[in-house]
Design a protein around this ligand. Structure first.
Ligand code: UD1
Ligand code: CA
Length: 464
């Protein structure tokens, strides 16, 4: 953590080549928006109150992300260039002093350690600025790093205005800088929009600082993969793959078994405990937190949910925004959603849907049921085909079932309704009134047997 560093992330552009109605930086890779990747990396090296994002195109939407991350935003109403973008933050940034890191919102693979090395270069080398550079096979479109005979950085020249000789330079500017903040704000007014695009180029700061007698350093990366910038959906897909591969690699190193990892999708924020086994084609998404020794079966999807230790999710289940306490079982083919909560050792079986309900410890609903807006006690047994009728067409109503109750198969529980502890509901009942504790409720018409009915004289039908 660098306490004197501030990070400003440029994210005001539209990103035309995404061909999207949404700003480029809100597209997601590894389950997280591009700008959120940049913010989270910045937060690894700088204090939260010193991290800012420059917003412009659809600023309100991008600000949802900065607000969620608890970092500041800077408004750039007109996109007049990368230099102009930083200058828009003068009020918030100039007073901070120290080192100013300028990063971008569309470069999600950059590592915090690289930004830290960049900032440390400025501190230890006495340079006024440094930028991350690398050599690429095809430098088309990038600003070139121009060095003198001694190898010192002289200037950055944008591709569009390179001479034939400069076009041959393969060392490119990543767009990520660190400046001595005092010197940056002293000289930034010298940037002129004297180029074909009439833009204020941040890259001009290099020659401006050198002209003022300072030195500019470069941190040259041997492996350019960290610098993959996202301009279109091909690059977005490539970044997504790399982020997910990094995540899976880290989980494997950390003691999680992943079967056929190339088929598994895990978002970057997910946490998983040791000895958990993830089956093929599983997806674990959002901020899910998975305990130790959990089984997540093939093709199951766990989204924004918390699974305690020793939980077992059998294949083809969907669990969203829910909590499964230790040793709970779900599936195969279970659907558990909207704040559902399974207490310890609860069991939800095949073709059971649980919505906004609490299922008590050791309670079971093993087959073909719908449990919505219900509170189900410990050790309750819900028979196959049981339905909570929670919706009357206008409002949702609760169902309450006390500890140890037994609900026979194919019961229809018309909410609001309560079945008290230890009560027993006969199979096929329609329950519309409270069932007292330990009572038997039979809510169905009696069976009638008509003796000899098949042998009665048949009445001829007209078609004969
Ligand atoms: C920039 C660099 C170039 C470098 C390349 C690396 C300049 C002048 N050029 O070029 O040397 O090789 O990045 O990818 O800086 N932005 C704003 N406001 C603006 C303009 C841009 O916030 O007014 C943001 C964009 O949203 C983007 C970033 O700054 O995230 C870079 O801008 P972009 O226009 O893509 O710069 P390049 O032409 O790629
Ligand atoms: Ca760019």
């Amino acid at each position: 953590m660098l306490n004197d560093a501030a990070v400003v992330i440029l994210a005001a552009g539209q990103g035309t080549r995404m061909k999207s109605r949404m700003p480029k930086v809100l597209h997601r890779a590894g389950g997280k928006s591009l700008v959120r990747h940049s913010i989270d990396t910045a937060l690894e090296i700088a204090p939260r109150e010193r991290v800012f994002v420059v917003v412009g195109y659809q600023a309100d939407k991008v600000r949802v992300e900065t607000d969620a991350a608890g970092v500041g935003s800077i408004q750039q109403t007109e996109q007049l260039g990368t230099g102009h973008a930083v200058m828009c933050g003068k009020d918030q940034l100039a007073a901070l002093g120290g080192r100013l890191i300028v990063s971008v919102g569309d470069c999600p693979l950059i590592r915090a350690s690289t930004l830290e090395a960049l900032a440390e270069t400025v501190r230890t080398s006495g340079a006024a600025a440094a930028m991350i550079t690398t050599e690429v096979e095809n430098p088309t479109g990038y600003g070139r790093i121009i060095r003198d005979a001694a190898g010192n950085v002289q200037e950055i020249v944008e591709h569009k205005v390179c001479t034939a000789e400069q076009l041959l330079v393969r060392e490119i500017n990543s767009g990520i800088f660190c400046f001595d903040a005092g010197l940056f704000w002293k000289h930034t007014g010298e940037i002129r929009p004297d180029n074909a695009a009439r833009e204020y180029y941040l890259t001009d700061m290099v020659s401006i600082l050198i002209r003022a007698g300072h030195r500019v350093a470069a941190v040259k990366l041997g492996d350019p993969s960290e610098l993959l910038g996202i301009n279109n959906r091909v690059e977005l897909a490539a970044a997504d793959r790399i982020i997910r591969d990094r995540k899976i690699h880290q989980l494997l190193i950390d003691g999680v078994t992943i079967v056929k990892p190339e088929t598994v999708t895990i978002d970057s924020q997910v946490r998983i405990g040791i000895d958990t086994v993830i089956g093929p084609f599983a997806q674990i998404l959002g901020g899910s937190v998975i305990g130790e020794n959990v089984r997540i079966g093939a093709c199951s999807i766990v989204d924004s949910s918390v699974l305690g230790d020793d939980v077992e999710v059998f294949p083809f289940s969907m669990i969203a925004a829910s909590t499964l306490e230790a040793k709970a079982h779900a599936g195969p083919f279970a659907r558990i959603r909207m704040g559902a909560h399974l207490a310890e050792s609860a069991q939800i079986g095949n073709f059971v849907e649980v919505k906004k309900s609490r299922i008590g410890a050791g309670a079971k609903s093993m087959h073909l049921a719908y449990l919505g807006d219900s509170t189900i006690g410990d050790k309750v047994n819900i028979g196959a085909g049981t339905i909570t009728c929670n919706y009357d067409g206008q409002k949702k109503h609760p169902t309450i079932i006390g500890d140890g109750a037994f609900v026979g198969s194919n019961s229809t529980l018309v909410a609001p309704v309560e079945i008290e502890a230890g009560a027993y509901v006969a199979a096929g009942s329609v329950i519309t009134h409270k069932v007292p504790a330990d009572a038997l409720a039979v809510g169905r018409s009696r069976q009638v047997n008509k003796e000899g009915w098949r042998k009665r004289p048949r009445i001829a039908t007209t078609s004969e």
